[in-house]
Design a protein around this ligand. Structure first.
Ligand code: ADP
Length: 181
């Protein structure tokens, strides 16, 4: 299964992706995790991405897309994936579409995790990651509204909405049911 996970920052996509990845038998590919691994290892990509991430801004699309392309070329992604954090803009969605089309592939669906804004702010503040301070959170929510939310319309009837407030297991059950599993 080739799925994209969509939702505001702090929606719990990463948590759900870990569970779904196990149940569906496809890798969880998180651009945020890939960036953080690169930052941890001090790679040139990590160095370039860090200033954007710390400011809550999007890393430039050419950098991000190159990273995603090479990850999707790894053997474990040949039969499917859960893409978490990409695409984040309509431009990135078009790039993904082209990458898949080159291999005669298509998305099977786009899971949209729906959570109220005050809930995601609370979750992010509780999580306390390096980029989870109030100012950065505000910036990221603005980026989400302006750049990422339009993807819901862009994907149209490929969107599968999941009500993502409540217990982790409960949300996972809803996602599996929505996928017909
Ligand atoms: P969250 O889901 O809380 O926003 P992520 O781990 O998905 O956290 O992303 C953290 C940061 O990584 C983003 O704020 C952004 O700076 C960068 N990033 C992740 N994915 C992308 C992307 N597709 N395009 C550009 N920047 C990205």
């Amino acid at each position: 299964m080739r799925l994209v996970l969509l939702g505001p920052p702090g929606a719990g996509k990463g948590t759900q992706a870990v569970l779904l990845s196990e149940k569906l038998g496809v890798p969880h590919i998180s651009t945020g995790d890939l960036f953080r691994a690169n930052i941890g290892e001090g790679t040139p990509l990590g160095v370039e991405a860090k200033s954007y991430i710390d400011a809550g801004k999007l890393v430039p699309t050419d950098v991000t897309a190159r990273m995603v392309k090479s990850r999707l070329e790894e053997a474990d992604a040949a039969e499917g994936f859960l893409l978490d954090g990409f695409p984040r803009t309509v431009e990135q969605a078009e790039i993904l579409q082209d990458l898949l089309a080159e291999n005669g592939q298509n998305l099977d669906g786009v899971l949209n995790f729906v959570v109220a804004e005050d809930v995601v702010v609370e979750r992010m503040l509780a999580r306390g990651r390096a980029d989870d301070n109030e100012e950065t959170i505000r910036t990221r929510l603005g980026v989400y509204r302006d750049e990422t939310a339009p993807l819901i319309e862009h994907y149209g009837d490929q969107i599968i909405s999941i009500e993502a407030e409540g217990e982790v297991e409960e949300i996972n059950d809803r996602a599996m049911a929505a996928l017909g599993k």
